[in-house]
Ligand binder design. Structure first.
Ligand code: AP5
Length: 212
């Protein structure tokens, strides 16, 4: 099963993806994680992506489609994948469709987490992550120590107020039209309320997918 997990920055994609992955027994692929790993490793991809990411802008479509092409060729994704934040522009949706079609595959469902901007700002401005193992924390401060690996907690550059504003604007102009594109293409689109506890959201997703 191939699921496109879609939503505003901070909608909960990265939180829900692994929970859903373990229920459906398929791996996740998050382009944001691939890009951050490339940055940490100092690869050309990471260097190219850095400025876009820190400003809260989108990395160019050609780069994202290159990542998807390389990753989706891996055996790990043969039985399906949850694509977390991997489709954020119409050209990316078109490119993914062509790529999958050449492999005799298709997107089975688009799952959109719906949430208002006020909650997004609250979630993102309260988030710190471990700079070593990337575990996210809420209610902790930059400089504190990660309980999992002893790394230092930092605020993502794109979780600073100006970058959050940019990310929300970019979502409205470039990413929101993707949902209409999928609807017009008669793909299965499930919109789930992303507010409430993590557990409540997971239950809504599982119920919605079961009813599709
Ligand atoms: P990425 O890392 O994917 O950033 P994002 O989409 O902005 O996603 P976030 O990780 O901030 O939010 P999320 O929806 O995953 O929510 P999360 O579960 O983490 O991408 C970073 C950058 O890479 C992009 O800005 C862009 O530059 C580039 N990029 C990546 N993919 C690209 C693409 N396809 N095209 C072009 N550029 C691309 O939750 C957020 C916070 O809320 C966490 O602290 C979490 O603990 C908390 N939370 C989650 N659920 C709940 C809940 N139910 N209740 C309370 N708190 C919650």
């Amino acid at each position: 099963m191939i699921i496109v997990l879609f939503g505003k920055p901070g909608a909960g994609k990265g939180t829900q993806a692994p929970l859903l992955a373990s229920k459906l027994n398929v791996p996740t692929l998050a382009t944001g994680d691939v890009l951050r790993a490339a940055r940490r490793a100092g690869t050309p991809l990471g260097k190219e992506a850095q400025g876009f990411m820190d400003r809260g802008e989108l990395v160019p479509d050609s780069v994202i489609l290159g990542i998807l092409k390389e990753e989706l060729a891996q055996a790990a994704y043969t039985n399906g994948v949850i694509l977390d934040g991997a489709v954020r522009t119409v050209p990316q949706a078109e490119g993914l469709r062509a790529m999958l079609s050449s492999l005799g595959r298709k997107v089975d469902a688009v799952l959109a987490l719906d949430i208002d901007n006020e909650e997004i700002v609250k979630r993102l401005s309260g988030r710190v992550v471990c700079e070593k193992c990337q575990t996210p924390y809420t209610g902790r401060e930059p400089g504190e120590i990660c309980e999992k690996c002893g790394g230092t907690l930092v605020r993502r550059k794109d979780d600073e107020p100006e970058a959050i504003r940019t990310r929300l604007k970019v979502y409205d102009t470039d990413t929101a039209p993707v949902l209409d594109w999928y609807k017009k293409a008669a793909d299965k689109v499930l919109v789930v309320d992303g507010a409430g506890s993590v557990d409540d959201v997971t239950k809504r997703i599982v119920k919605g997918l079961g009813a599709m």
